[in-house]
Ligand binder design. Structure first.
Ligand SMILES: Nc1ncnc2c1ncn2[C@@H]1O[C@H](COP(=O)(O)OP(=O)(O)O)[C@@H](O)[C@H]1O
Ligand SMILES: O=C(O)[C@@H](O)C(=O)COP(=O)(O)O
Length: 424
């Protein structure tokens, strides 16, 4: 099958979110961890290739370099249209990386203009008059204002993006989007005539996303959250660019003990951890203690637990505790200490028979997936919107991994996840 879209995601939960939404169509999706060393095999049949990077909070030059390499790989694999996936809450540092990467990708793909569409209505993210809402709250008033690495203190996407790019930023608002694809195309052309290369597009519901996809799907580069990309397979199928495979790929059964590892401090993860901690053996990690004493105590705790019993190990903490750890260690170092600790603990858990891993947190998922030496994920059933089970091998053994975005899923997500795997 022709490769229809080459996708680059700025974190690993984002990559599995995107892959899950594309896979809803029944078209095959391939998800690779990091820029692959080998070329795509000629026998490969995926309609979509997703490359997961861990570059959301990297220095701008690093993010631009890595995404540039991913683009080259996807081009060599045969892609001529591309998607840059970032967070539905537009998570970025003050310097980038959403804008600088988009601008580099535009230059390399010859895109004169691109759209920015983070909206994900199914998960409560909508954009109205250029302002991003999380549920009924403005982004800057939502718990995202306290994110440990990318605190979001403004809700205006134009104001957030403008300092990150050289070209001009404009808005196609809901009044235009509600008029349908022809009106939106005309607005994009008008903005283009005014040399506006970066267009934020409002969307508050899936119908809006349908309009936006219909008006922009032939741009060489689209950017946004997973939900706008999730509209594309239907268009490709309608235009005869792809056909559904006769059979869906069979998924493996993975036995072995379950474990939840959480480095997310997002509001929903805090509720999920509090709920699950009351049900299974759990261990809380303290970044300052980890910085001083390493993971020996946590690994010892793990060894003392019955091998098959479900377990939870978490650094998840309330904003005041996160602030205290950051004051002691610095923001970057606090995050790094926790990511490294959870990576070591994941390896130790694997060694003791863990094969079903639920990981909460995007950066955390990146660190753990890399530590387990995973290079490729097969997409399985969705547990909650944007969070699929994935299957792969680590150290020659089959494992199942669910990489959960900080704010996705319900309070019972961790129990739901293992239940979903058993009934898949
Ligand atoms: N108690 C803590 N104090 C400070 N930083 C923490 C703490 N627990 C986790 N972190 C760090 O916070 C960051 C959370 O980011 P991430 O894993 O992407 O979660 P999310 O998906 O919620 O954004 C990680 O770098 C993690 O190591
Ligand atoms: O678009 C989204 O919201 C997610 O796919 C995503 O990128 C979330 O990032 P984390 O919350 O850091 O996991």
């Amino acid at each position: 099958m022709t490769l229809l879209l080459g996708c680059i995601a700025d974190d690993f939960t984002g990559a599995t979110d995107l892959a899950a939404l594309l896979a809803r169509s029944g078209l095959p999706v391939s998800l690779r961890i990091g820029v692959p060393r080998e070329k795509r095999a000629r026998s490969e049949t995926s309609a979509f290739e997703v490359i997961a990077l861990k570059c959301r909070t990297s220095p701008v030059e690093t993010a631009v370099e890595q995404t540039g390499q991913a683009l080259e790989w996807l081009r060599q694999a045969g892609a001529s249209r591309f998607f840059w996936k970032y967070c539905s809450t537009f998570d970025s540092t003050a310097e980038g990386n959403i804008g600088p990467v988009a601008e580099m990708l535009m230059a390399k793909t010859g895109a004169a203009q691109t759209i920015y569409c983070p909206a994900f209505p199914e998960n409560g993210r909508s954009v109205f008059m250029g302002h991003l809402f999380v549920g009924e709250q403005l982004l800057s008033e939502s718990p995202m204002k306290d994110h440990p690495l990318t605190p979001m203190r403004d809700s205006s996407l134009v104001r957030l993006l403008a300092p990150q790019v050289i070209g001009a930023v404009g808005l196609a608002n809901r009044n235009i989007v509600s008029k349908g694809p022809t009106a939106l195309r005309a607005k994009l052309a008008e903005l283009s005539d005014d040399a506006i290369r970066h267009v934020i597009v409002d969307a508050v519901c899936d119908d809006d996303l349908g309009t936006i996809a219909a008006a922009s799907f032939d741009m060489p580069l689209l950017t946004g959250g997973s939900a706008i990309a999730g509209q594309l397979p239907r268009l490709y199928l309608e235009q005869g660019l792809a056909t559904l495979p006769r059979q869906r790929q069979a998924l493996p059964k993975v036995a072995g003990s379950p474990i939840v590892l959480s480095g997310s401090c997002s509001a929903m993860t805090r509720r999920q951890v509090a709920s699950y901690a009351g049900q299974v053996a759990s261990l809380r990690l303290d970044p300052v203690a980890l910085a001083e004493g390493g993971t020996a105590a946590a690994c010892e705790w793990l060894r003392r637990q019955p091998a098959d019993a479900p377990k939870l190990i978490y650094a998840t903490a309330e904003p005041e505790e996160v602030r205290r750890a950051q004051e002691r260690l610095g923001r970057e170092r606090a995050g790094q200490v926790v990511e490294e600790a959870l990576s070591e603990i994941a390896r130790e858990a694997f060694h003791h028979g863990a094969r079903r891993f639920v990981v909460a947190g995007g950066e955390t998922s990146g660190a753990i997936t890399q530590a387990l030496g995973v290079t490729h994920l097969t997409i399985g059933p969705e547990i909650a919107p944007g969070v699929p089970w994935t299957f792969t091998t680590a150290g020659g053994e089959a494992i199942a991994l669910a990489l959960k975005s900080g704010n996705f899923g319900d309070e019972t997500f961790f129990t739901d996840a293992f239940h979903r795997l058993e009934t898949a």
